[in-house]
Design a protein around this ligand. Structure first.
Ligand code: C6P
Length: 413
């Protein structure tokens, strides 16, 4: 069924805004999505009527807040088909979820000479925590090189596994190129070599149905704010036996069982990894975001995003002197399209788009090694979601032509 985009748009008041005198065209969804009123209203409702700290009081409000967080955890577990709610750990974002594994698993399980396998298209969040761990543990970083179109291939990855590979951490969908990874086969490869797999799902979980059991991954990290949820909430899914065996990440309240002056024992899952007061309202509102996404359905979202991505690619490929990055085949792409206009710096391109009311992201997208490999300073990037429309892409096309005119980018340049 085609998406009822107009109905969806009515839930996002910000989409009715003007920017620089033009209707806002929001094409920066890979950075963060807008929030539907159902999420914003639930946040206000929580703070207005239920606000209290969780797990800390016998009073009614604390019990209500605790129940609402438990309910949200259950929703998120079902959303990614996690076997149990206890395997869902709330973090601040994807970045913190990956750092949690690099610390809590890495410091206990890695020895000098062990290998951490990554890829050359990773976001800094899936590089730097492993670099820090490798330095501390004396481990070696190894890298799967992406194919010329920016995809990852299981055959290429296989060549990088050795008897010392302990973990393979890779993105499910590149935020810089839009390429979709063969997550199941890559996770299976890790299993075959006795290594763990960590999937960076920041750009995947908001756009594709996710079943961690079918994918067979050991860890999955994602952020609420890229899927209609609030900022400040992320998720680490982990296999229960692995989480059980890991040491805590941060120490403090809520993550303990008993504390003496000189030692402590730790709480059960998932609380062992949730030290201190979490973003209670944010977690509850994330539950509403997941309900909202589930009600639309990924089949319709996927079809709509594909339609929009195809149009974006058409617009870009029809223009001379415009370079498009990432896979040629639409099947290998998500709703992220990176491009450059001649040799104009992407920041300058972004400013022309902004003057037209079109919000795109520019820069290295926290993928500096990938930009270095492509030999470019960065890209301009448009990324779509369920509320974007084909007419909005015509505003994008107009902004693109304006940028070309302004910087006199013609084939003769
Ligand atoms: N990418 C983008 O504009 P956080 O910031 O922790 O919620 O997400 C980090 C992250 C990790 N992995 C991938 C693949 C990502 O795309 C991101 C966030 C944003 O591309 C901000 S840099």
């Amino acid at each position: 069924m085609p998406l009822d985009v107009e109905k969806i748009r009515r839930d996002f008041p910000i989409l009715g805004r003007a920017v620089r005198g033009k209707p806002l065209v929001y094409l920066d969804n890979a950075a963060t999505t807008q929030k539907p009123r159902q999420v914003v209203e639930l946040l206000a409702h929580f703070y207005g009527l239920h606000n209290a700290n969780i797990h800390r009081g016998v009073h009614t409000l604390s019990g209500e807040a605790t129940k609402l967080v438990d309910r949200a955890r259950g929703k998120i577990a079902r959303f990614i088909n996690a076997p149990k709610p206890q395997t869902i750990v709330f973090t601040r974002n994807t970045t913190e979820a990956i750092n949690l594994v690099a610390r809590a698993w890495g410091e206990r399980c890695l020895k000098a000479g062990d290998e951490i396998l990554l890829t050359d298209i990773e976001h800094h969040s899936n590089l730097v925590p492993w670099q820090m761990l490798a330095q501390r543990a004396g481990a070696k970083l190894c890298f799967v090189e992406s194919e010329p179109d920016g995809t990852l291939s299981a055959e290429t990855a296989r060549r990088h596994f050795t008897a010392r590979t302990r973990i393979f951490a890779f993105t499910a969908l590149s935020n810089a190129l839009g390429s979709v990874s063969p997550v199941g086969p890559l996770a299976a490869l890790a299993r075959e070599y006795g290594a763990l797999s960590l999937v960076d799902g920041a750009q995947w979980v908001p756009h594709r149905p996710t079943d961690v059991q079918a994918l067979g991954c050991d860890f999955l990290a994602f952020s609420a704010h890229k899927m209609f949820g609030p900022t400040g909430v992320g998720v680490l899914y982990g296999r229960e036996d692995l989480l059980e065996a890991m040491d805590p990440f941060l120490g403090g309240g809520d993550m303990i069982s008993e504390v003496w002056l000189d030692r402590a024992t730790y709480n059960e899952l998932p609380y062992k990894f949730e030290a201190g007061t979490p973003d209670i309202g944010g977690i509850i509102a994330f539950g509403a975001a997941v309900d909202y996404l589930a009600a639309i359905g990924f089949e319709d979202i996927g079809r709509h995003e594909r339609l929009l991505s195809e149009r974006l690619l058409d617009i870009l490929r029809c223009e001379a002197e415009v370079a498009v990055y990432g896979p040629r085949r639409i099947e290998d792409r998500g709703g992220v399209v990176s491009f450059n206009v001649g040799d104009v710096h992407p920041h300058d391109v972004g400013q022309i788009f902004d003057a037209e009311g079109v919000a795109i992201r520019v820069g290295h997208h926290c993928c500096q090694p990938l930009m270095r490999k492509l030999n470019i300073p960065g890209t301009a990037r448009a990324s779509v979601y369920a509320y974007n429309t084909l007419p909005e892409l015509e505003a994008f096309a107009k902004a693109l032509r304006k940028a070309k005119e302004f910087f006199r980018v013609t084939s003769a340049r």
